[in-house]
Design a binder for this molecule. Structure first.
Ligand code: PLP
Length: 473
């Protein structure tokens, strides 16, 4: 493809992109596609000869787009958001065009130096303490992996890396029963064994109970285990549970345990001064992560991972074959040793463009709007006699259920809510996610898509009520 042809195609792509952004509301939010439907449009074998881009683009529109779930739809209320925004998309175009692999300072000095700077901007914007140093990871899961590995190595004086786990006592990790499954997955990945992840019970607000945490740690120490890490949640996935950082941090300090804070979704809310109460005790954290690729208008993937002791992280992951040595080593940051993959995309560019384009105040306005909309929705739900809120609203996340005529708790009510959710998502006007709260079926309504306004939430709530009504007819 010549540069001239590229220019022509790129212009038509950009036209499509702008039209998509403008008209995304016309699509069903969740793909209304049956399993295998998209695969059936794709030839079994690759083409031997190159095809015209016009034709490929037509197939994209005809076969691919109908199989897409529209995360950028303003009535997307499922999971947590995975936002994009026009400045972020523009940055991604430049990143793709540069195609730089930014593993060393030398392999793209601008990428490294911008990453350091925008992560410090984020630290300032969110009110995090000055002693934290940031790095962009591919995911919160990746950051938890790095944190657990650092905790493991710190606790074993870097001997697990050298000799393996067979020479070590049982190493244990602690987290609440609300924590995202990424912690359990990573405990398996780093070879500790799922049984050595201790699931700590929560209080009536779904926050980890520090008294139970400490009792479990002491019991484990008495049994000869070595507690290495507590993973605290700020905004856990189910009901958005927020753990008490100060109490947990004090326990970690008493027992010399590494503290990682998983704030994948909720961390963005710290740009609002009124939401920083949940940071009380953050000075105890050795590591924390939040995802601008969730709520901060920045395309996936972009996880902001902050660490207190970058040397410990680098010492844990460092490996230096001949081909990765560089003249500047020691004078600059080489991010290759800050994450598991060696290769790195230029991810800082989109964050730089988003922050510059919206400004901190523009981002605050959007996140604050989402939280206010959720508070309004909470009011609407609680005044409907056939619905009930089943967990305290956390920021912009609400868990509710349909309970007509105060039906008794139990399997039948669970099934009714499961059917309601299925009908809602099959309808396509909105998209929600199922949950279990204290063992009973619930429906999550998560607000946070970049363009979600009051009318989208109001329409969404009307859809829920309408489909619930029809369910009973
Ligand atoms: N932690 C929490 C609280 C989450 O909600 C999620 C995903 O939704 C994750 C971790 C995992 O995030 P990622 O997809 O970036 O690994």
């Amino acid at each position: 493809m010549s540069p001239e042809e590229f220019r022509r195609h790129a212009h038509s792509f950009v036209d499509w992109m702008a039209d998509y952004m403008e008209s995304v509301e016309q699509y069903p939010v969740r793909a209304q596609t049956a399993p295998g439907e998209v695969a059936a449009t794709l030839p079994d074998a690759p083409p031997e000869d190159g095809e015209a881009m016009e034709r490929i683009f037509e197939d994209f529109k005809a076969d691919v787009v109908p199989g897409i779930t529209h995360w950028q739809h303003p009535r997307f209320f499922a999971y947590f958001p995975a936002n994009s925004s026009p400045p972020s998309v523009l940055a991604e175009m430049l990143t793709a065009t540069l195609g730089a692999q930014c593993m060393l300072w030398q392999t793209s000095p601008a990428a490294t130096e911008m990453e350091t700077r925008v992560l410090d901007w984020l630290r300032q914007m969110t009110g995090l303490p000055g002693g934290l140093t940031g790095v962009i990871q591919d995911s919160a899961s990746g950051a938890i992996l790095c944190a657990l590995l650092t905790a493991r190595e710190r606790a074993t004086d870097w001997q697990a890396n050298e000799k393996g786990l067979a020479t070590q006592p049982l190493l244990t990790v602690y987290t609440s029963n609300q924590t995202h499954s990424a912690t359990e997955k990573n405990v398996k990945i780093i070879g500790l064994g799922r049984e050595n992840l201790r699931s700590i019970d929560v209080d009536e607000n779904f926050s980890l109970r520090p008294d139970l945490l400490e009792a479990q740690i002491e019991a484990d120490i008495a049994a000869g285990c070595v507690p290495i890490c507590v993973v605290a949640s700020i905004g856990a996935t189910g009901v958005g549970a927020i753990d008490p950082l100060r109490a947990i941090g004090e326990i970690c300090e008493r027992h010399g345990i590494f503290l990682h804070v998983d704030a994948a979704w909720a961390g963005t809310a710290w740009i609002l001064p009124e939401q920083r109460w949940m940071l009380d005790g953050i000075e105890y954290a050795d590591s924390l992560v939040f995802n601008p690729h969730k709520w901060m208008l920045t395309n996936f993937d972009c996880s902001a991972h902050f660490v207190k002791d970058p040397d410990a992280l680098v010492r844990t992951l460092s490996i230096l074959p001949e081909f990765l040595k560089s003249r500047e080593q020691g004078q600059v940051i080489d991010y290759r040793d800050w994450s598991v993959p060696l290769g790195r995309r230029f991810r800082a560019l989109k964050l730089w463009m988003v922050i510059r384009s919206y400004g901190a105040s523009g981002l605050r306005e959007i996140v604050r709007r989402h939280i206010e909309l959720a508070a309004e929705l909470e009011g609407w739900i609680s005044t409907e006699p056939d619905f009930e809120i089943v967990a305290p609203r956390s920021l912009a996340l609400i868990n509710f259920r349909y309970r007509p005529d105060r039906m008794a708790e139990g399997e039948e009510l669970d099934r009714l809510n499961a059917t309601l959710l299925q009908r809602i998502n099959d309808d396509g006007r909105i998209y929600l996610t199922q949950n279990r709260v204290r063992g009973r079926a619930a429906i999550r309504f998560s607000i946070g898509q970049t363009n979600t306004e009051r009318r989208h939430v109001a329409e969404g709530w009307d859809v829920v009520k309408e489909i619930a009504r029809n369910l009973r007819c």
